[in-house]
Design a protein around this ligand. Structure first.
Ligand SMILES: Nc1ncnc2c1ncn2[C@@H]1O[C@H](COP(=O)(O)OP(=O)(O)OP(=O)(O)O)[C@@H](O)[C@H]1O
Ligand SMILES: [Mg+2]
Length: 274
């Protein structure tokens, strides 16, 4: 997909001294008093899939919205750097122009527009000659979108809507694709096919920041990741390291000891040793 680097020193120009995205000690508050992120730090390398896992209310969506510049006057503290350049405090449009594309949990589609019209919006502002090729890539990845081209987005199934959201995001040629719980509400087989598509997208060289509650799916595709709980990173590492962690196995992967498994819901109350 990203076969034409935008500028010298970009992709293909050798190893960069900077991570693609660096989040350093970021603090985000709602209404200037409710802390959602308490000093979150992460580094995402060019070309990888990095997953942020965590339960409801952990701050996952807040993290993506903070990076995208969607929360006014946030982050309150800390820095966000994209390819070595400070972007915290930027307007969302300016962040998007850098190629940081955010697909929100509700997919952000125009429900009353057709599939084709939603995809056209992904092409907005593009004047390059790669449009045809990129559309072919999206329709090749999700042939169902071609069949449904004239159908209104709101009439699509949940899985098809997620495919449309991913397809539209890819037409913006993202440098960093940020996805909020792409498996949410999908039947396991459909979630699997969305994740297969993430693998395909990743192989084009696109960097992906993937927020999920479904640890099994996310760790299956991600190279590295972090666990966010109550606004703090409690664990970070390669997917293998995260999968090997005892707390993760019990709480996120449901692979606990026999005793823990019998107790079921009490796992969530169990004191964790992060
Ligand atoms: N618009 C808002 N106003 C006030 N508080 C908010 C707002 N959005 C989120 N919060 C609070 O910030 C914290 C983090 O929420 P966030 O939505 O980022 O969590 P999450 O990890 O995405 O959860 P989920 O898995 O349920 O989507 C929660 O305590 C939440 O109640
Ligand atoms: Mg969320």
């Amino acid at each position: 997909m990203r076969s034409t680097p935008r500028e010298p020193g970009g992709r293909g120009g050798g190893a960069s001294p900077h991570p693609l995205l660096k989040v350093a000690s970021v603090e985000t508050l709602y209404f200037d008093r409710i802390y959602a992120l308490f000093g979150v730090s992460l580094e995402i390398e060019e070309g990888e899939i990095f997953t942020v896992l965590g339960p409801n209310g952990a701050g996952k969506t807040t993290l993506l919205r903070t990076i995208a510049g969607l929360l006014k006057d946030q982050p309150k503290k800390g820095e966000i750097l994209f390819r070595g350049r400070r972007i915290d405090g930027w307007q969302p449009e300016a962040v998007a122009r850098l190629g940081i594309v955010y697909v929100p949990e509700d997919r952000g589609l125009f429900r009353e527009l057709t599939v084709a019209e939603n995809l056209e919006l992904g092409l907005w502002g593009r004047r390059d000659d790669g449009v045809r090729k990129d559309l072919d890539f999206v329709y090749g990845m999700f042939p169902i979108l071609k069949e449904r081209a004239r159908q209104e987005a709101e009439t699509l199934s949940g899985g098809e809507q997620q495919m449309l959201a991913l397809g539209r995001a890819m037409l913006r040629r993202p440098r960093l694709l940020m996805l909020d719980e792409p498996s949410l509400g999908l039947a396991p087989r459909i979630a699997r096919s969305v994740y297969d598509a993430l693998g395909t997208i990743s192989r084009t060289g696109t960097t992906i920041l993937l927020v999920e509650q479904n640890a099994r799916l996310a760790l299956g595709v991600a190279r590295r990741g972090a666990i966010l709980e109550a606004g703090r990173v409690v664990l970070e590492g390669t997917s293998a390291e995260i999968q090997a962690n005892e707390n993760v196995r019990e709480v996120y992967l449901g692979l606990g000891t026999e005793e823990a498994a019998v107790k079921g819901w009490r796992l969530y109350r169990k004191r964790r040793r992060w």
